[in-house]
Design a protein around this ligand. Sequence first.
Ligand code: F6P
Length: 477
Amino acid sequence: MTTQGSADLVIVANRLPVDRVTLSDGSRRWRRSPGGLVSALEPVMRSNDGAWIGWTGVADDETDPFVDDGLWLVPVPLSAGEIEEFYEGFSNATLWPLYHDVVAKPEFHREWWDAYVRVNRRFAEKAAEIAAKDAMVWVHDYQLQLVPQMLRELRPDLRIGFFLHIPFPPTELFGQMPWRRQILEGLLGADVVGFQLSGAAQNFVRLVRQRVGHKTHRDMVYLPDGRTVQAMAFPISIDTDGFEELARSESVTERAAQIRSALGDPELVLLGIDRLDYTKGIYPRLRAWSELVADGDFSVKDSVFVQVATPSRERVEQYRILRDDIDRLVGRINGDLGRLGSPAIAYMHSSFPRHEMAALYRAADIMVVTPFRDGMNLVAKEYVACRYDNDGALVLSEFAGAANELRQAWLINPYDINGMKDAIVEAARAEPKEITRRMKAMRKQVRENDVASWANRFLEELEAARPSHSKKLRPVR
Ligand code: F6P
């Protein structure tokens, strides 16, 4: 057992919620990442001497723990070799494709697995070092599935939660993983294992029964030592009020008008915003659009598809191949169908701040979200949060976790290009009354279920998980 530290709540995630930026005068500082997760957890972390453990995103960065804007941040270093083997390799070329329906072929390499074990142990040791007695530790995502068990061995006093942000695969696909039993046992170190959807929680419980042999009943796993593990769904969400407020601001309203005018004031603007990832279904979406233009359903004179692809994991081969494929496809479509000043697709390979994203959401008549498989898809929820006039249509893949909640979207199967085309036509031709009816219902859903309620629900479940523990989180001050 390691000696304990002083944090009553510890978040363990692959990345810290800050990026290092260099200012124009050459000085360097930390900038808070825009994600909703940190803003949701910030109040409860401040009230509970919370700490966040993660990687800075830079190789061999030996930065000491530091406080940024009231948050205690604890860097875990990764060497250049570990970035290759643990992050780009096992996390993003083995687990990522395997957990996303094998949309790309997962690679299994023993050296990558060794690096995964080594880095997970480093995170677990850091958490063991800084957590106070009986503290709560919340471990996040597929990069750190071994941490719960490693941490429990070091610190049996802790309450440990784990949340998987991406899908959990069906039992048949998970079976391919050479280290399947170790991963299941790693997760079983937690008291509560959270997933985006209840189907994923059921997959996990079934696998534990089949592959590890533990007794299970509904969402509970019974371990031989008497401990129980609960597997449940906690669909993640966004900072709904924050997005709506931003969308209503004068500067976003002005920027949205500028965007439409820069596009030539078309009647119809369609929008896709994705990390440039092969799970996102960007290729079939753009093909569907190009066919609609080629067939004469839409004309480039009065409609345009804006596609933003945020650079991601650019050193992983599959991502490089995808970038070339999309570049070629967009070039071909615009070459064939575009006119001077009127491309069929306005394509941007860049990432934008929240303000610009909100302006794009405001500028778009139809948001098109077509992943082959996606844990949740927060872009779909952000679009809904920004449509405060109850206008705007959402075309959404039924394979995104968000489809479970946003039932009033035009739901599509991204493998069915004709079905996708029909849905886009229907959404474009829908009566305003119909659009409003659908958007109102979706807005109610994202207003009532924001990221703060998601985080509170998880932490409440974790508090309740071990009734013998007297320690409770201090309420938000
Ligand atoms: O969706 C899973 C996820 O890991 C997110 O948490 C993260 O924002 C995104 O993918 C990109 O991840 P990274 O750049 O850390 O590989």
